[in-house]
Design a protein around this ligand. Structure first.
Ligand SMILES: C[S@@+](CC[C@H](N)C(=O)[O-])C[C@H]1O[C@@H](n2cnc3c(N)ncnc32)[C@H](O)[C@@H]1O
Length: 256
């Protein structure tokens, strides 16, 4: 998944909506960042989570965000509001960062896009200090519930969407992968998203455009069928019959 300016705009709009704001609050509560801590955000994207974590570490701490996308890094740097928050372009599987440098490592909605999960987990374990902690959050698209007037068409569209990430079912295997890298997994939690409408900053509003663009551009589904899928969701919304649910699994991690 590569980001151009339009895709970055779309992601930012979704990530400033109420559902992803609530998800960030859940992540922050689980991390319980303390003043003075050194924090790494892998796949920091637009930098919204990193920015909030920097407020929590304060100037005695440090937050570093890394992301593969130069567009995301440029946007996060332009937005960064304090001197102890920095962003750099790097791959999650090969971090240009020293061993045992961070008290906390977090990565939300990134690992499912990384083809080499053992390498990413090894990097997380390498850069965490002994006694350090963190969280890796990922979606399992098998948890999707999305009402449609044509369920067979919904299934075709979502099947065609699966290759948008490296592993649409990563949470099923992520625990053993993290443990194989030498990390403990003290808990796994689930953050649900439920939308009964597509207005007002709902997560699935952005998903409709993202899914439609991906499956249409990939040629897997004819453009007319994609448009019909999309029109149906908007028609359901207008009739008050819209229903979408998906969620994210958060794996707490600790380095012994
Ligand atoms: C869905 S966004 C999530 C952004 C951010 N973590 C958040 O939750 O707000 C996924 C991000 O992961 C980045 N990404 C994907 N593969 C990556 C990799 N191998 N290394 C670093 N970043 C990666 C993308 O460029 C994108 O910014």
């Amino acid at each position: 998944m590569e980001y151009d300016e339009a895709a970055a705009d779309r992601l930012e709009a979704t990530y400033l909506g109420k559902d992803v704001i609530a998800q960030r609050a859940d992540t922050l509560a689980r991390l319980a960042i303390q003043p003075g801590e050194h924090v790494l955000d892998i796949g920091s994207g637009p930098g919204f989570l990193a920015e909030e974590m920097a407020r929590q570490t304060g100037p005695d701490g440090r937050v570093t965000g890394v992301d593969l996308s130069p567009i995301m890094v440029a946007r996060a740097l332009a937005r960064a509001s304090c001197g102890w928050l920095d962003f750099l372009q790097a791959d999650a599987t090969s971090l240009p960062l020293p061993d045992a440098a961070f008290d906390v490592v977090v990565s939300t909605q990134v690992a499912e896009y990384v083809p080499d999960i053992p390498a990413m987990c090894a990097e997380i374990a390498r850069v965490l200090k002994p006694g350090g902690r963190g969280l890796v959050m990922a979606t399992d698209w098998g948890g999707l519930v999305w009402h449609s007037s044509d369920p067979a068409r919904m299934d075709r569209v979502m099947k065609a969407f699966e290759p948008h990430c490296a592993d649409p079912h990563l949470p099923r295997t992520l625990g053993p992968e993290l443990r194989a890298a030498g990390l403990a997994v003290p808990g796994i939690s689930y953050f649900p998203i439920v939308n009964t409408g597509i207005g007002d900053g709902s997560y699935s509003r952005g998903s409709i455009d993202f899914v439609a663009g991906y499956v249409k551009d990939g040629g897997a589904i004819p453009a007319a069928e994609v448009q019909a899928w999309r029109d149906d969701l908007h028609a359901l919304d207008e009739r008050g019959e819209y229903f979408f649910s998906n969620g994210r699994f958060s794996f707490a991690i600790a380095k012994p």
